[in-house]
Design a binder for this molecule. Structure first.
Ligand SMILES: Cc1ncc(COP(=O)(O)O)c(C=O)c1O
Length: 424
């Protein structure tokens, strides 16, 4: 891996137009995307290390005293995690597997927080043995399980209770997590009881609260309301509850739509927390990697549609499920810059046998030839990690651009990979 220090100074400067046309070809940082596609084939994920780091630094700038734990669920590629860890990020994991990945990437276990509603005994045992920094506990029964396991192992883990503040986040209902009917977190009243019972426990160091009301948050206000709801709990234990984990959820603009900036969250939250000297933790995922990744696909066929054309490409919901799952809208750019002003209403669809397999509907694209490359933008978060092998489709390779250079950081799966674990 390229040492971070060599480029450290540069990364404090926002890279402008890190995805742009040069001489008629789309570039990411210093690299032609067509060159990558020629060598690696399509579909193919490409990430900009420098853009991910710039996003990290921008968020750190908005919250200078916060400890940022990058949320691995957004993109857990080892090389990307390693670069973020070298820049100073801790990690937010939601499974034993994600903790394993973080450790393999060289992350100090004490910089790992472990969240999730369904932590298994084996995951908890692994996390305790690894010596991770924080357990974000989501239920009374999980707390009881952790206390017993910690006692048996002679460990005293640091615990934050994840509170469900009953706030409806302004986002897609699949990724709203802070309302009372959501499966996440502990209600305020139950948290009060647990704090009374465990705050002086010899078996755990219960010293924080955690809140995460959703992802791709459309407003700052709901987050403020969530934090305000839990402040009475914090204020009841000023000597013990010294850490507040504010979760992730910082939004990105996928197609130019307005979203609140990280600074807006920071300003509102600092105002809300004024007068308290809390150690702050953040768990951003999407904000760090979404716009740092593109999915490259090739046009296989173009056929007429009632309102334009259907562009069938070689990647789809198996590579990027967000449009099918959430109705997410991603911008799509031809890798070769259009030479004419002609545009057709195009529906970019994948080859998978599901009508939901539409990468982007209703987009004005220039006339496209078979074999032409398209870049699906903002595919760095919740892209490759949510990929599947449905329809016996090997998962695509992942490429990391490091300035002027690029390298493969995950190879393309093969048909043999797909049947490797099966027994006939
Ligand atoms: C507990 C927790 N923390 C952090 C995140 C990361 O969210 P985002 O990618 O929106 O920053 C999630 C994702 O939903 C989460 O559930």
């Amino acid at each position: 891996m390229t040492p971070f220090k060599r480029i450290e100074g540069k990364l404090h400067v926002e890279p402008q137009n890190f995805i742009a046309y040069r001489d008629g070809q789309l570039y990411m940082d210093g690299v032609s995307l067509a060159e990558i596609a020629t060598q690696m084939g399509t579909p193919c994920y490409v990430y900009s290390r420098d853009r991910a780091l710039a996003n990290f630094w921008r968020l750190q700038g908005a919250f200078p005293s916060a400890e940022i734990h990058y949320s691995l669920k957004a993109n857990a590629n080892l090389a990307l995690i390693g670069a973020l860890a070298q820049a100073g990020a801790g990690m937010d994991a939601v499974s034993g597997g994600e903790i394993f990945r973080a450790v393999r990437a060289g992350v100090d276990p004490s910089r790992i927080v472990f969240a999730g509603v369904g932590k298994t005994i084996s995951d908890l045992a692994y996390a305790l043995d690894t010596g991770i920094g924080w357990f974000n506990v989501e239920s009374a029964s999980e707390l009881a399980r952790l206390v017993e396991m910690a006692r048996n192992k002679g460990k005293r883990p640091r615990v934050a209770l994840r509170i469900n503040p009953d706030v409806q986040a302004d986002t897609h209902h699949y990724i709203a997590t802070g309302h009372a009917r959501a499966k996440f977190g502990i209600s305020l009243s139950e948290a009060q009881l647990l704090l009374n019972e465990y705050i002086s426990s010899p078996d755990i160091d219960l010293s924080g609260l955690h809140i995460h009301i959703g992802s791709q948050l459309g407003t700052v206000q709901r987050t403020v309301e969530g934090v305000q709801a839990i402040l009475p709990l914090i204020d009841a234990y000023p000597e013990q509850l010294l850490t507040l984990n504010l979760g992730g959820g910082f939004p990105v603009s996928y197609t130019g739509e307005p979203v609140p900036a990280a600074d807006a969250f920071a300003t509102a939250l600092h105002r809300c927390l004024a007068g308290r000297s809390l150690r702050l933790l953040l768990e951003p995922g999407r904000y760090i990697v979404a716009d740092a990744g593109v999915l490259l696909v090739s046009v296989e066929y173009v056929k007429p549609a009632p309102d334009g054309v259907i562009v069938v490409v070689d990647g789809g919901m198996t590579e990027l499920i967000r449009p099918a799952l959430y109705g997410a809208i991603h911008n799509v750019l031809p890798v070769r810059e259009a030479r004419t002003a002609t545009r057709a209403t195009s529906h970019v669809v994948g080859p998978i046998c599901e009508s939901a397999d539409v990468l982007r509907a209703d987009i004005a694209l220039p006339p496209l030839q078979v074999g032409e490359l398209l870049a699906v933008l903002h595919a760095g978060a919740y892209g490759a990690v949510m990929g599947s092998t449905y329809n016996a489709r090997p998962r695509p390779p992942e490429i990391l651009i490091e300035g002027e250079h690029w390298r493969m950081v995950r190879r393309r799966e093969t048909w043999d990979d797909l049947i490797r674990l099966e027994v006939q």
